[in-house]
Write a protein of this length. Structure first.
Length: 87
């Protein structure tokens, strides 16, 4: 009789633990995809910022310092977008 109750309690604990372990990988996978998407966004932003600075220097409209500020601003906007994706 005691053994039957023990096995029933053990089975209940195993099922309860299993349910919690199933939800963690699903959440981790979603979070991982958000991180990857944010990382891809930042990587694209870096190349766009380089191109922005290159075009600015090629056109010779502004000083190098102003072109550098344009690049920084472009990268900061991209970081903000990536942050919005991630969180």
């Amino acid at each position: 009789m005691i053994r039957k109750h023990f096995l029933m309690a053990l089975a209940t604990l195993v099922v309860a633990a299993g349910v919690q372990w199933v939800s963690v990988p699903a959440y981790a996978t979603e979070q991982g995809s958000q991180r990857r998407e944010a990382r891809d966004t930042r990587q694209t932003g870096r190349s766009d910022a380089r191109q922005t600075k290159y075009d600015c220097r090629k056109d010779n409209d502004k000083s190098n310092a102003n072109c550098r500020q344009d690049k920084r601003s472009s990268k900061q906007d991209t970081r903000s977008t990536a942050r919005d994706i991630k969180y």
